[in-house]
Design a protein around this ligand. Sequence first.
Ligand code: HEM
Length: 399
Amino acid sequence: MTTTRPVDVPAFPNQRTEKCPFDPDPAYVRLRAEEPVATVRCPAGVDAVLVSRYEDARAVLSDRRLSSWAASSQHMLSGYDFSEPDPGQIIQLDGEDHARLRRLLIGEFTVRRMEALRPYIQRITDEHIDAMLTGTSADLVRDFGLPIPSLVICEMLGVPYADRDEFQRDSELLLSIETNRSGGAEAWQRISDYIGGLIDQRVVAPADDLLSRLIARGNATDQPLTRAELVTIGATLLIAGHETTANMISLSTALLLENPDQLAALQADPATAVEELLRYLTVIQFGLLRRATEDVTVAGAEVKAGEWLVAAIQSGNRDEDVFPQPDSVDLARQARTHLGFGFGPHQCLGQQLARIELQIALTTLLRRIPGLRLSAPLPLSEFKNSAIIYGLRSLPVQW
Ligand code: HEM
């Protein structure tokens, strides 16, 4: 490897600071300027090549010689064994195995299908605001940010929303780097058993939902999806579908309440505004991991087969060469090329859905409750520093 070990690389995973919990570790400013390809030691004791500039992160994420196999953040960050990925784990598969699943799923996430969900998302958003308005205060995470994306993904998959307490708790366990191996495995098993039961029902009695259509679409190919694959796809969508957007809704609300000068831009052009929020907040806060399958030169670094790389998208999204004054939030900025949804073959499948949920939730909330304000200054302890998906544990608000 051509890189040297610098003495003051940010502790990885990087922690936000009290100065601004919306910013990534300020050490990335120096890394981008002086050491854009650095070596970091992950908690699992493994060294990884970390690229902090925007273009280098894109180069890593689009290089098909770099594998997503066993590169899940959980493995690197929590020290799990690098065991084989579950069959059907789209986020960890490479090449044709990955493309096969992506082909089967892509039709469920088209812009047209997601746009058709707008009236439903608007209705549940309004209902939650109606419920909040019967009082004068709320926890915005519990009462608004979490329920809306959870309801939407449950509706899409055909998962009963009434069962949310368990799968929300297990998602949180799975996404925390503080969860140990057995705790993570047990949480995954519980979610898998739950989804497995739903799949067995759909096999005998198909319904008008994503899981039923996926079974049928798989059966129409010469390699039908196995039960194990279906379970993993269902569990992954359930987790990915609510945690990410939920954290974005609450975090964006907190940010906007601290930047009221941005509210007019949000209402004027919600689509543009949401891209800037995704750039600025980059909730996938530790970056995206890959592993070299052969000796490669990427982003100017020689990386040997088997070595790990981190595409620090949280830093790439603050790259001053791409986003002038990157540490200012400017909702009128054209930021759609941000890396918040990743880049390359694994770019987020649910991005159109997330965009629509964010647009509707944020504009409706701040329009209908113009007096919304934080009940008290937010302590740093409320921010999920140990979660792979950054967010807030709770957000007490009043009006
Ligand atoms: C603001 C919300 C969201 C953010 C920031 C986000 C972010 C990401 C990122 C960065 C990746 C790339 C991972 C990698 O390259 O290793 C990804 C992949 C993925 N996301 Fe999202 N996501 C969001 C919402 C959603 C939603 C709502 C769904 C589903 C309903 C979803 C489903 C997926 C799936 C299935 C993948 C794997 C795609 C593949 O490997 O081909 N995401 N997401």
